[in-house]
Design a protein around this ligand. Sequence first.
Ligand code: AMP
Ligand code: GLY
Length: 425
Amino acid sequence: MNILILGSGGREHAFAWKIAQSKWCDKLFVAPGNAGTASVATNVNMQVSDFAAIEKFCLENKIEMVLPAGEESLVKGIYDYFLNNKLLKHIPVIGPSMNGAQMEGSKAFAKAFMLRHNIPTAAYKEITQQNFEEGKKYLLNSPLPIVLKADGLAAGKGVLICTSHEEAMDELSQMIQSAKFGDASSKVVIEQFLKGIELSVFVLTDGKNYLLLPNAKDYKRIGEGDTGLNTGGMGAISPVPFATKELMQKVEEKIIRPTIEGLQKDKIVYKGFIYFGLINVAGEPFVIEYNCRMGDPETEAVLPRIENDLIGLFKAVADEKLAEQTLHESPKVACTVVLASGGYPNEFEKGFEIEIAELKTDTIVFHAGTKFNEQNKMVTAGGRVMMVTALDDNLKRALNKAMAAVSGIAFQKKYYRKDIGLDVC
Ligand code: AMP
Ligand code: GLY
């Protein structure tokens, strides 16, 4: 099969690395890709939301499967675009319909879905310009801290945790009345703050059945000990030590199954990944958010632990035969460390040359913000530059192995956290 992956980060390199090993894979393309994807696939200079260009490319290159790895093209309706086009409709798109992608694209949609299907989540209220005064009153009567979420996609910046009522009122008015996050904040979800420890749970579904994938924990803050600004993610581990059998049983019973059944009841077409952003509050799991794709950097820790042929699983998704598949999870533990460019998530420089020493067994480097410059030298091209995943028998050893590989990667202003996984070792 000829396969096209859409996206350009570490997650996309991890998918390309895994799919390139599939017995079904003939030609593999990544659009737009990065310097890492170029080593296992062919990069295509095409934006993920340029559906007309994607259509032309798929037809010219006899593409037989498309994996939109990020949310952008899914929320913009790439699934429906293919389904409604007679030249493209035979090509499976691994992901939800535009309606299904609203689980990530609209926080209010996701909250209403959870309320309707009795899925545990924080209490909330939906506010727009129409009921703005009611929103202010609700805030004043809410315990602190209180969470404000822009309804739409806001590049990971749309969630604010406010510690005073004044701050919350000011932010609500900036979001709704001054379009702080543009259209994305014309509607705001005000949500009760939940105190607990977060974990990421993933399933692959054909709309009826699902496979539970290895779970993971990501480290979102820039600084060690989970301090400083939020980022796209500075590291991940898989599996999560506190995700016990007992907790995961509750997650399946109270969250995953009702979600899959809810999608069916609501006639929402969904054939792809669901990412459950969960929080464990004193042994009870709650949903913080749904995403309609895999996480980044969690994918870089999760995929190396999946022993199945990924395209075999995707074919089963497309044919609605996932019930016939079993997931094979490696007993090894994965630790993923993100190498960022100093200054990230604020201003940072680009264009520094990168050198990578030879890697030991069970160590993989996934590229994110990298490219080849005019002299064909590999250089930094983003805030998160690359991710190192190491696998070993336990977390401590995996972290040490990842650290050894990190010290073999050199570029100016290299920054990384040395404590990924240490809090749960
Ligand atoms: P999100 O963009 O929905 O992933 O939210 C970003 C982060 O905000 C989450 O990963 C949590 O750490 C935090 N967060 C979101 N909602 C809540 C909540 N209701 N209670 C506590 N923390 C939250
Ligand atoms: N690691 C968080 C995300 O992918 O949204």
